[in-house]
Design a protein. Structure first.
Length: 261
């Protein structure tokens, strides 16, 4: 399958994959954060890393600051890749967890059912959240301090003024979309299995609160935690996360295959 200029980074394209894994980045991030995944996933999986507008492969596109627009963009990007019947799964970290969940929900409504959805580093949609004020309302110095404290970006970013200004605009718009996200409490849960991932020392997504994701699916639910903070998976943590994602997905595929048999 080929398209024109794609919003996806595909580190290792697979033409006839056993699974397509779509991954959605965090606020202020880009597809590049997941590139190391490809070294630790099965060789017959096709990894598609989405760049939302305003960064990476879509740096010239105006970005969205409303979650409905973010999700609509993600759904439109994913849809052409799920029409051929190849099993597909979704994964997102932090803001990407919301994008993955709502993209999965929308796709199910369109009759395209993911085999599994993974969410990471984000409290459940109906959780009241953490922090005294919405992050997008902080002034630039305070917002930068929060972003640096979370990890996931080098401190030397403060030395590049042009890049820093662009980053703060990008992350502020992303955070506005997240902060103003208000899902309908009466909406239907997913049909597909859902796994929650997190860091045991993540103050922004406390392990003790992650069980609230259970209400987001009628399918199988699991929780997996790793040592570390908000970006627990970076660097040496990627193999462990990839191993758990692979195991969770393969167990879901085995259940479907058994039911078919």
């Amino acid at each position: 399958m080929t398209f024109g200029r794609s919003p996806f980074l595909r580190p290792r394209p697979v033409d006839d994959p056993a699974v397509r894994l779509f991954a959605f980045h965090h606020a202020g991030g880009s597809s590049a954060v997941y590139y190391p995944f490809v070294r630790h996933l099965p060789a017959d999986w096709d990894l598609l890393l989405l760049d939302l507008p305003g960064r990476g492969r879509r740096a010239a596109r105006p970005q969205h600051d409303d979650m409905a627009d973010v999700v609509a963009t993600a759904v439109a990007d994913v849809l052409p890749w799920v029409e051929d019947g190849t099993p597909f799964v979704l994964f997102g970290h932090s803001m990407g967890a919301v994008v993955a969940l709502e993209t999965a929900r929308t796709l199910e409504g369109l009759g395209r059912h993911p085999r599994w959805t993974g969410v990471s580093g984000r409290v459940a949609p109906l959780h009241p959240g953490v922090g005294p004020v919405p992050l997008h309302t902080l002034d630039d110095p305070d917002l930068l301090d929060v972003m640096l404290s979370l990890g996931g970006m080098p401190e030397r970013v403060t030395e590049a003024t042009d890049f820093l200004d662009r980053f703060l605009r990008t992350v502020r718009a992303d955070l506005k979309a997240v902060d103003n996200y208000r899902p309908d409490p009466a909406r239907s849960p997913l049909c597909s299995p859902l796994t929650v991932f997190g860091g045991t020392q993540d103050a922004w997504a406390p392990a003790s609160a992650m069980h609230l994701w259970r209400r987001e699916t009628r399918g199988r639910f699991a929780q997996k935690f790793f040592p570390g903070g908000h970006f627990y998976f970076l660097d040496a943590g990627f193999p462990a996360l990839a191993g758990q994602v692979t195991g969770q997905v393969e167990s879901c595929l085995d259940v479907v295959d058994a039911q078919v048999a």
